[in-house]
Design a protein around this ligand. Sequence first.
Ligand code: GLC
Length: 820
Amino acid sequence: MEELNKQNKETNDINTGEVVEEIVQHLNNPVSGPKPIVKKYLSTVTQIHAEGNKFYFSDGDARVEVRVVSDEIIRIRLAPHGVFLDDFSYAVPVVDQKVTTFKMEEQELQYLISTNTITCKISKNDFHISFIENQSQMVMSEDESPMHWEENIEFGGYYVYATKKCLSEENFYGLGDKSGNMNLRGRHFQNWNTDAYSFGWDQDPLYRTIPFYSGVHHGAAYGIFFDNTFRSYFDFGKEDNSKTSFWADGGELQYYYIHGPHLMDVVKRYQSLTGTHPMPPKWALGYHQCRWSYYPEKKVKEIADGFRSRNIPCDAIYLDIDYMDGYRCFTWNKSHFPDPKRMIKELANQGIKTVVMIDPGIKVDDNYWVFKEGKENNYFCRRSDDYFMEGHVWPGRCQFPDFTNPAVREWWGKLYKELVDIGVAGVWNDMNEPAVFGSGTFPNDVRHNYDGYRGSHRKAHNIYGMQMVRSTYDGLKKLMRNKRPFTITRAGYSGMQRYGCVWTGDNVATWEHLKIGNIQCQRMSISGVPFCGTDIGGFSGEPDGELFTRWIQLGTFSPFMRAHSAGDTAEREPWSFGEPYTSINRTYIELRYRLMPYLYSVFWEHHRYGFPILRPLVMLEQENAGNAYRQDEFTFGDKILVCPVLEQGAVSRMVYLPKGKWFNFWTHEVLTGESEHNIQAPLDHMPLFVRAGSVIPEYPVMQYVGEKNIDEVLLNVYYSEYEVNSFLYEDHGDTFAYEQDIYSEKKFSVKGTSYQLTIEQSVEGLYTPNYEWYNYKVIGLPFNVNKITVDDRDVTDYQLENNCLRFRSNKNFTSIKIYN
Ligand code: GLC
């Protein structure tokens, strides 16, 4: 340390550091005409200073903090005039320090800060920062120009900029809520949460802000998380093919460099910063039916009966805004719903949960208790000169709670009491960009508490929705006495996954939107927001039977599966289009329930280990350059490859299979990967493939989660000559007991030869499922079976059924051997 201080003093004595200034024309000041703006750049490093895992570099004026977070994560912050802002983030509540060994070294031209995996290089001369992988010495990301800023005269603070080199072979992924192609290369984006009704291909910005992207070049990946809630911008080689830039209208230039080298690692590490989704109640993974709006009560019951009488599984029905009295949140329209408690109970008796919408706009009405409480406690947002922020939304003139105030969140969370008491199972937060009719959103001068760190709407806009759903989630969690809440939000910011699932907003019933939604959910998944789905069928416009059925098929493999439609469209339930559509829709919704133990296990892998749920091909094989453009297939977890049919009238489609062997889910045909195949895909057939060596657990079809006691679990075992591990996760399904290890995580490993197949099981956790038996379906054995042993005891009762080996065993086995 003493040595460092000495160095600081020396460097300080040598250079005073001059700020490089660049004059650019100010084009958007019509009052005073164009005036010069001064862009200032970091210049030469003149001082350094170390404090534990934080290293401070200065050019005599501005300061940069380099903080080692883990072996693979380094955070950079810039303080243009030397004073850092308070270190507070809604996305990363605690920067979890995970590193023990790192070192700083001064060389003639640079400083090097190294962990076991990466090195951050700061060039003395030009203050360029780069990140290098230690083993390969590959430069993963490198400044093209030093970090820079412009003073903001009107609001104070700075517009902050970072510009990195963009390599010719580099591609980019992530940024959460964007429509259009998966690869972000050559495009420019903006983050400003926006109510984007009927958005289109490439329309930007949309509803959510996830300022996190991954870059892939030379087969290796890294990520940048620009944790800044102001309006932010990203340019991936659009303005200049050799530059990638990100900047914001205010706040701190603060970003995390997150190393891979696999895209999967980048995403997992991003989740280690911003958190994973808590385990949802299991029913939330069932099929959900929504419409704007189902009312009165008779209609809701007709829909519930419609599912049950047709044997189409369904777990939840949603009540959109019309259940309320004049769109006042937390009230009921008593002429449409005279006794909501009874109705909700009757639906529950049919196995159907009720989810209700709650918006942020509170009607200005002194006879309305929510408004009165908010007003009395000063919970509503105000403008800079202290007037209330008022705007029109569904109820008419409204005021809006400041969800960035912890006291407001606490209050709002408690408002759900009556809804919870009468049995409401989930809450849907909408319009929380926040959306305002006419003006779009709040004016910039609206003030926010920002958890005591104060700010204008410029700073709070992008996290308003996330703080709303946070308050909903936390409130429900308390009110439901630690049962898992189910919440759904439209707007959000990085870290929103800790509080709720998300739907992609007001899409359209077109084939193009089926494609947009397919990419959007994959993109959300690799941007740290795994529990995502589209309005199946399209919100506005009219799908025909074919489009709706293809959407149901894709939706079967959306983490969140909900059909929704606008009020001015024709009825839109899975049976609305007659045959053959109804039957096909039923088959796929049933498939969702059959695969429930698999889907739930994949969710657990996300929750516990940070794996994304949907994985695009580029994540499976990032070294394969072609995958940068193959965006219409993905795996759900790592075992099932989903190839949705996205073209009208298609009866086949080309499918790319990644490395390894894959079984056609429907025919059991084995195909070899790293190649393309033309696969039959008539309307009742969405191509699905299972990775060789997988164990896919299956429950019997149920009309809703928990309808039947499980007597035995079907294990579909797919032969492989390489060892493959699979997981089966089970727990109570609706409590937080899993946090006390009351869960069961089983690992199956499958490995075959030309004359033998071995299945091994190990079990972790304290939960014991009720069933005693596994029922096996072994697919693709390359030999005739002469003997089966379970833990060395012979099994005599086995059969061949459609070329699959069928037998049973007790669930507590350790090792099964199937012999030729
Ligand atoms: C918004 C939502 C939509 C909802 C409607 C009425 O447009 O995005 O899902 O049905 O408002 O509440």
